[in-house]
Each structure stands twice: as structure tokens, then as C-alpha cells.
Ligand binder design. Structure first.
Ligand code: BES
Ligand code: ZN
Ligand code: ZN
Length: 536
């Protein structure tokens, strides 16, 4: 990860190996271009025209400077039309261009000078560069940049200022925190399951918590047994790598109940006895993407220090078909007492999340958000760019959708169609873990809903977005960190918001002793969840 600094040097005199300057579609020069043109004695916009460079977002063209200015190379990068050139264009352009400048040590840029808000522009720029420069080469004997065939050395980014220093600095720092957190999530997801076991995830969480000042409790298998976490234990039963529950708390001095977050941490999903075929298993080391994004969120929040309290309970297990694995037809008893009939051991994410959601609900949080690579159906519905948002509280859903939009990490709402509850009705248990083929993302969400009680809740199904199967325009092959940046943005937006016009469960109750609630007890309190006025 390169460092980011503001610099008041001029584009032609800055001590950098490369200078990235923007232009707009129609070959309109952006900040810095005129100064460079004058110093080089060249008409760069005509050069672009001669080479057929349009200026689409992220389209770039590199020019050697022959010693006429301090940077040895100028990289012109397109931001689309001047009208469109806001934070989204800046982030995308920075992501794309960063991949081509990792061979340089120091890179200066004026790209963040575009846009209406210096803070948001600097945020998008730093975030884009840091996300774009990411590579996962820990398992390579000799890390080599595939484009340049050189060892990547990008170490320093100089954002050339145009006056508004404090806003730009704030933006740079925040963008960096967001991207560093997302890149950490990507490392965790990209790490092969032979190494990234539930205990590895727990160790990573503990180390992060120690560094960040978060409280961390790791639930071992024996503790999970004592606590009645039958879903996590059931899914983990077929693997020698024992399951864990990672609990992290952040106390930011909020004046309302905490926000509860969780994420699916299946370190490898073979399907269990309902085994997947080879193609279906190829990416299943990434089945802890939701857990990784949740951990990354806690890390970023600890750095950004928003005025809000947060609790994460992240279940992790490996879904393998060992001799002690759960079987189709088995019934599991979840935290809090509800039971589920396992008809397909490959629908395991909901089984571990059920325990975590029930546990979080005991803490009486103001909302619960879970993130999970839960269903192929969400991927079929929305593809690889957009994740599904399904929940019981419209305000929460809208806030998450808005946060995702701001981060260029979009979700799209799917309905929590309660009539489909009939598809997961079980004849032997309270609920079964598989519906019919159609609407699989919705029936999975309806399963989860059984465990959140009356807490406003939203579920992000990131099966399509957590990793890229092929290297593309923005993302290299592998993990993306989705939806970490959405979650961080949402939580920052909740900072200090609202004075708690709560109708029930005042703050003090948040730390009331947990007791295993009878599974029928939440029935009278539930009901009109979509309208319950939990938020200010
Ligand atoms: N981890 C998978 C979902 C998945 C599929 C994530 C593809 C990423 C890419 C999940 O555990 C699963 O296998 N779900 C099944 C559920 C079915 C058996 C009800 C699915 O979606 O097919
Ligand atoms: Zn599965
Ligand atoms: Zn899975």
C-alpha cells in the first residue's frame, strides 16, 4: 500500500517518476495539463486525437517527457465528459490507471482537483489508487507485475494541492482507510482455504483488534457447544478445522443502541455431503467474503472513530464432507432454541448465520446487517457488479443502497416476499434450509429473518460481487472486498445521528444479560417491522 501525501509542488517541478493528469471527453484539458503542455512545448490534446484516445473514464495514454519536466512520464487519464466527472469517475479512473503505474516509485497527480467537493474527490482518488494498486502476490516466489514484467514498487502518491488543503487531506486519509480495509478483506478472501481456516480468521481478527483497540472474544468449539450454537457446530462438523465465532466490539460513545453486523465466514464450501461439482467448488475459498468485509469494517471504524457503537459476531466454519459431517435430514438447534431441518448441506451459510443473528438480536441492537456469499440465485439475478439487498426495514435498506452508491459499490433491493415463507416450512423442525429452485435469494433471506426477532435487519447477498472470476476493467481476478466500503460508509453516516426517540429498549437494555429466548416469545413483538420507528 503506497503512502498518500499532499504536495504544493507544481506539476512540472514535482519530484516524482510519473505525473497523472486528467482530461475530459472531447479532449478538454483538466488541471495540470496546460502547465505541462507549455513546459513540453507540445499540444497534448492533439497527440491524444492522433492516437484515437477519447477520454472515456480510465482510458489513459503515457508520454515520455525527455527531461523537460521533473516527472519522467506523464500519464493522461480520461474522466469522461466534464459534466460526468465527479467522484465515481475519479475513483474508476484512479483504479484503472493505478494498475499501470505500479512500476514507478513515486507518482504525483492532479486528478483529485476535479469535482465539486475537495474532500470527496480526494477520498475517491486515494481509494481508487489504493484499490487499483492492490495485488495478491504473497504466494509467488518472485512477485512480478504482469503488465510491465517488473517488480511493483509504487510507494508514494503525491496529491498536488490547489489550495483546499484540510479538506483534501481529510479525503485522502479517509479514502486510504476505506481502501486499506477493503484490501485487507481481499487478502483474507484470496488466501487459500488450506491456510485460511476458521482459527486463522480468528487470529487475524484478534491481531487486528489488538492493534485497533477493539474488544475481541473468540468463541472456541467447546464454548460454542456450551452456548448452543448448533448451526455453526453442525456446518463445521465435517472438517478437522474447528469452527469459531469472532466477536468484536467498538465503543464510539454513541447515544443509541449499537449497530450489529455479521458476515458469512465459510472458509471453504465443498457443499458438504450435498457436494458441489468441481466447477462449483473452484471459488469456494471466497465463501468467507462476508466475514472478511465485516472484519474490514470493524478495522476501518476503529480508525475513523465515528460516534456510534458497534458489535460484530462473525461465524466461521469449513463445510467439508468428513465422516462426522451433518447429513441431509439432520435437525440442528440454533442459538436461542429454534431448529432447522438440513435438507441440503450446501445451503450452509444460513445455518451459521442463524446462530450469529440470534446472538446479535439478544444484544438488542438498533439494526442488524449481515453480508454473505449466500446464494447462486443472487448472482443469477444481478450478475457480478451488483449485490442483493433484502431486509425488513426500508429506511435501513435505503441507507445501505445510498452508502453503496456513494462508494461506487452498488446494491439493488430484492423483495422480502413473505409469502415464500411457505417454501421453507418444515414438517419436522421450525424451518428448513432450502426452498424451491426459484427465488433462492429470497427464501435464503426469509430463513435468516427467522432469527433476527424484531430487530430491523438487512441482508447483503454478495455471492456475485465478492470476487471476480476473470480479470476485468476495474478488478483483477480474485477478491474485491465487497461490501466492506458500503458498510463503512453506512456506519460513518450513522455517526452521532438521531437522539433515540425509541419506543422500547433504551440504551441500558443493550447490555442486559443475554438469555436464550423462547422461540415463541418474539411473536407478539414482531409484526409491522417495515414501519417500526427505530431510527431518528
Ligand atoms: N456459497 C454458496 C453460494 C455461492 C455460489 C457463492 C456461487 C458464490 C458463488 C452457497 O453456500 C450455496 O451453495 N448455496 C446454494 C443453496 C442451495 C443449495 C439452496 C445455491 O445457491 O445453489
Ligand atoms: Zn454451500
Ligand atoms: Zn456457501
Amino acid at each position: 500500500m503506497p503512502t498518500f501525501e499532499l504536495s504544493s509542488a507544481s506539476p512540472t517541478e514535482v519530484a516524482a517518476d510519473a505525473l497523472i493528469i486528467p482530461f475530459f471527453q472531447g479532449r478538454e484539458p483538466g488541471p495540470g495539463v496546460d502547465a505541462v503542455q507549455r513546459a513540453l512545448g507540445a499540444d497534448l490534446m492533439s497527440t491524444l486525437a492522433e492516437h484515437g484516445v477519447q477520454g472515456k473514464v480510465g482510458e489513459s495514454f503515457a508520454i515520455p517527457t525527455f527531461g523537460k519536466i521533473e516527472p519522467k512520464t506523464v500519464v493522461l487519464v480520461g474522466l469522461g465528459t466534464r459534466k460526468e466527472a465527479g467522484t465515481q469517475a475519479i475513483r474508476k479512473a484512479a483504479m484503472k490507471v493505478a494498475r499501470s503505474v505500479t512500476k514507478f516509485h513515486t507518482v504525483a497527480s492532479t486528478v483529485h482537483q476535479v469535482g465539486d467537493s475537495p474532500q470527496d474527490s480526494a477520498h475517491a482518488f486515494a481509494e481508487g489508487v489504493a484499490l487499483g494498486a492492490y495485488r495478491f502476490d504473497r504466494y509467488k516466489e518472485r512477485p512480478i507485475d504482469s503488465a510491465s514484467q517488473e517488480k511493483p514498487k509504487l510507494a508514494q502518491i503525491l496529491a498536488l494541492t490547489n489550495g483546499r488543503r484540510s479538506a483534501s487531506q481529510r479525503g485522502l486519509t479517509r479514502g486510504q482507510v476505506y481502501a486499506e480495509a477493503a484490501n485487507w478483506a481481499r487478502d483474507l478472501v484470496n488466501t487459500p482455504a488450506i491456510d485460511a481456516t476458521p482459527s486463522y480468521l480468528a487470529d487475524e481478527a484478534r491481531t487486528m483488534a489488538r492493534r485497533s483497540g477493539l474488544t475481541c472474544k473468540i468463541w472456541t468449539k467447546a464454548e460454542l457447544q456450551r452456548g448452543g450454537f448448533g448451526g455453526i457446530l453442525g456446518v463445521g462438523a465435517g472438517s478437522v478445522n474447528e469452527p469459531r465465532l469472532i466477536e468484536l466490539t467498538y465503543e464510539g460513545g454513541g447515544d443509541r443502541a449499537p449497530i450489529g453486523i455479521t458476515g458469512k465466514g465459510v472458509t471453504f464450501d465443498s457443499g458438504g455431503l450435498s457436494i458441489k461439482d468441481a466447477a462449483g467448488m473452484e471459488w469456494m475459498k471466497a465463501d468467507m467474503g462476508g466475514a472478511a468485509a465485516t472484519l474490514a469494517t470493524m478495522r476501518a471504524v476503529a480508525e475513523l472513530q465515528p460516534r456510534v457503537d458497534l458489535i460484530a459476531a462473525i461465524p466461521s466454519a469449513e463445510n467439508l464432507p468428513g465422516g462426522s459431517a451433518i447429513r441431509p435430514g439432520d435437525v440442528l438447534r440454533h442459538r436461542g432454541g429454534k431448529t432447522s431441518e438440513v435438507l441440503n448441506t450446501d445451503a450452509e451459510g444460513r445455518l451459521i448465520l442463524a446462530d450469529a443473528l440470534a446472538y446479535l438480536a439478544e444484544k438488542k441492537p438498533r439494526v442488524i446487517i449481515d453480508s454473505a456469499t449466500l446464494t447462486g440465485a443472487a448472482m443469477v439475478a444481478l450478475g457480478n457488479d451488483v449485490y442483493a439487498v433484502i431486509g425488513s426495514d426500508q429506511q435501513l435498506i435505503d441507507a445501505l443502497l445510498a452508502a453503496g452508491r456513494e462508494e461506487g459499490e452498488q446494491g439493488w433491493e430484492l423483495p422480502l416476499w413473505t409469502d415464500y415463507r411457505r417454501h421453507i416450512e418444515s414438517s419436522v423442525a421450525d424451518v428448513k434450509n432450502m426452498g424451491i429452485r426459484w427465488g433462492g435469494a429470497i427464501t435464503a433471506a426469509l430463513f435468516l429473518k427467522e432469527f433476527v426477532g424484531d430487530v430491523p435487519w438487512a441482508h447483503l447477498d454478495v455471492a456475485g460481487t465478492a470476487f471476480a472470476e476473470q480479470s476485468g476493467d476495474l478488478w483483477p481476478r480474485g477478491a474485491t472486498g465487497s461490501p466492506a466500503r458500503t458498510l463503512i460508509r453506512y456506519i460513518e453516516g450513522e455517526s452521532g445521528r438521531g437522539r433515540a426517540p425509541r419506543t422500547s429498549a433504551p440504551k441500558a437494555k443493550a447490555s442486559a444479560p443475554r438469555k436464550a429466548s423462547s422461540r415463541k416469545s418474539s411473536a407478539p413483538a414482531s409484526g409491522s417491522k417495515r414501519t417500526s420507528a427505530r431510527r431518528g
